[in-house]
Design a protein around this ligand. Structure first.
Ligand SMILES: *Cc1c(COP(=O)(O)O)cnc(C)c1O
Length: 383
């Protein structure tokens, strides 16, 4: 075993078919917003069991577009979990609305429906469910809360493409779902994102938002032999290129195989870690297919997390913290009432969690190598 070979915490898998498809797109007539983007959207919509999928230039663009087409703005509040990537809340701020931070469940770090319930007030308009690490939130409870209070349920599904809940695929579990195709995510387009929805009007508004608020794109005008266009609303350039879509379409064919590989590696981790004192994987919930974006473990205390991090680094193994508590970033402290003690579970987790390497190209020997380092560090801490 070559113990010095660096292990990243995540890594894309690119094969010759991916390369060939991107090169073919590069040689085609359309470099952006062409037939390959259409095909990628159709494939994602089919995979998610929804009527519409709208490609975006990133997961962040997808979230921004969602908040915008829902008409959210100043005076509106959107409930987000305190344990997520900053983009979940930044997208709320970008439209002038206010994020409210809900604490997460201790065993899964998924948004806690009870915490959501206490935050609902007259200004609340939407709730964002983040499928942290690739495991689905309690969509049933969240949907009930949203229905009872006339709120929109949004899924930040950037971790969970290919997962499901109660047999229903991720992407179909909320009114609107956002995906990211950043290289560490379940499939990649290098940079890219997507929104899925069954709502035709929202899908139309999303297409417009990603193209400056204009009612048609260049290819539609060329096909109709028309020059005229009208800008209906404010928008950005959040389009996905044909090159990126070609990579995504090719990657999507391997999604299920990759989730199976990730699941097998995660299962191996869980079995091997069961004998390690002070280091514990997150809880698994029933009725779900976990997409296994991240292999998160929780350490007994901050000192053990620090020791693990250092020993892994000494062994050329990357480990990452997903995430620092959202509401404690300087921006959210300054502008949106973030303070210590607001979401104690997320704050406690942020001090003790670590994401261990997990990606399809890893093998069981790699997992053993990581667990050996973790076990030795835990023993050292106990001595
Ligand atoms: C990656 C990620 C995003 C942002 O996606 P990008 O494609 O990097 O812009 C948003 N939310 C969560 C939970 C993510 O993990």
């Amino acid at each position: 075993m070559a113990t010095d070979r660096p292990l990243p915490y995540a890594r894309q898998s690119i094969d010759e078919e991916d390369v060939a498809r991107v090169v073919a797109a590069l040689r085609s007539d359309w470099l952006t917003t062409g037939p390959v983007v259409d095909a990628f959207e159709e494939a994602v919509a089919a995979r998610c069991g929804v009527a519409h999928a709208v490609a975006m230039s990133s997961g962040t663009a997808a979230l921004h577009a969602i908040n915008s087409v829902l008409g959210l703005g100043a005076g509106d509040e959107v409930i987000v979990p305190a344990m997520t990537f900053v983009a979940t809340a930044n997208a709320v701020c970008m439209v002038g609305a206010t994020p409210r931070f809900a604490d997460v469940d201790r065993s899964t770090l998924l948004i806690d429906p009870d915490a959501v319930e206490t935050l609902i007030g007259p200004a609340t308009r939407a709730v964002v469910a983040v499928d942290y690490a690739g495991q689905c939130c309690d969509y049933q409870r969240l949907q009930q809360l949203c229905d009872a209070n006339n709120l929109t349920l949004i899924a930040d599904a950037c971790h969970s493409l290919g997962g499901d809940y109660g047999g229903r695929p991720v992407g179909s579990l909320a009114r609107l779902s956002a995906f990211s195709f950043h290289p560490v995510k379940p499939i990649t387009t290098a940079e890219g994102g997507m929104v899925t929805s069954d709502d035709r009007q929202l899908a139309t508004a999303l297409r417009r938002f990603r193209n400056h608020g204009i009612d048609s794109d260049a290819r539609q005008r060329a096909e109709r032999r028309e020059w005229g266009y009208a800008m209906e609303s404010l928008g950005w350039n959040y389009r996905m290129s044909e090159l990126h879509a070609a990579l995504g379409l090719s990657q999507l064919t391997r999604l299920d195989e990759w989730i199976d590989q990730r699941s097998a590696l995660a299962e191996h981790y869980r079995r091997a870690l069961a004998t390690v004192d002070g280091v514990e994987p997150l809880a698994l919930l029933p009725e779900r297919r976990h997409a296994w974006h991240l292999m998160v473990v929780r350490c007994r205390d901050e000192a053990l997390r620090q020791r693990l991090f250092q020993r892994l680094r000494d062994a050329s193994i990357a480990a990452v913290v997903h995430y620092p508590a959202l509401h404690l970033h300087p921006f959210y402290r300054r502008h949106h009432g973030g303070r210590d003690g607001l979401c104690p579970v997320a704050e406690g987790a942020a001090g003790t969690i670590l994401s261990l390497p997990l990606y399809p190209a890893m093998d069981v020997d790699d997992v053993e190598r990581v667990v050996d380092v973790v076990a030795a560090a835990a023993l050292e801490a106990a001595a």
